[in-house]
Design a protein around this ligand. Structure first.
Ligand SMILES: [Zn+2]
Length: 190
């Protein structure tokens, strides 16, 4: 199942988020309405928060949970930004956009820090071209494939208030939920 936990180091090698005095955020619950909210553009001319500090804290929170991607609204903040990466190397993507995608689609099991233990098989384009702003507000372009393309698309959906359960086919959702319930019962979380 777990291609999702292997990470393409192409992205992780571009360290843009430095460690300073990052603090951790709490994750919101999976039924929090902020997960369904379309997040407004992050305004670098009049930022609602210091973008670098915010990105660092988001990255720290993602690292703490061993995630490869985390969006601001998953922590309760209505800012159009997510981080993606692994270990101590995360990149922040402000105002991300997909500017092109491959015709070729791939199936992959996705996870989400907002839905613990729920792995869902979802089909999405294999390769994407993207544009985003880094924490300084500079416009950047990149091309992703494999797990990084997958993660970017999943996180971009969060920016638009879409969670991955809405992409899963009914059968995949049912099977994912039943596996999840089994795990939660075993761990006595339910
Ligand atoms: Zn997610």
């Amino acid at each position: 199942m777990s291609e999702i936990f292997k990470y393409d180091t192409e992205v992780a090698s571009k360290v843009e988020v430095k460690k300073q005095q990052a603090k951790y955020f709490n994750l919101v619950r999976e039924d929090d309405p902020i997960l369904k909210q379309v997040l407004p553009e992050f305004d670098f001319k009049n930022p609602p928060v210091n973008p670098e500090e915010f990105a660092e804290s988001l990255a720290e929170t993602c690292r703490l949970h061993h995630g490869i991607g985390l969006s601001a609204n998953q922590c309760g903040f209505p800012y159009r930004v997510f981080v993606m990466g692994a270990d101590n190397q995360y990149v922040a993507y402000f105002n991300p956009k997909i500017t092109g995608q491959s015709e070729e689609q791939v199936h992959m099991v996705e996870g989400c820090l907002s839905f613990p233990f729920l792995g869902l098989r979802i089909t999405r384009p294999q390769e994407i071209m993207v544009e985003y702003q880094n924490y300084l507000g500079e416009i950047k372009h990149a091309k992703f494939n494999g797990i990084s393309a997958r993660c970017f698309q999943h996180e971009l959906d969060h920016m638009n208030g879409i969670v991955y359960t809405s992409h899963a086919k009914p059968m995949a959702l049912q099977s994912g939920m039943s596996k999840r319930n089994k795990i939660m019962r075993k761990l006595k979380l339910k």
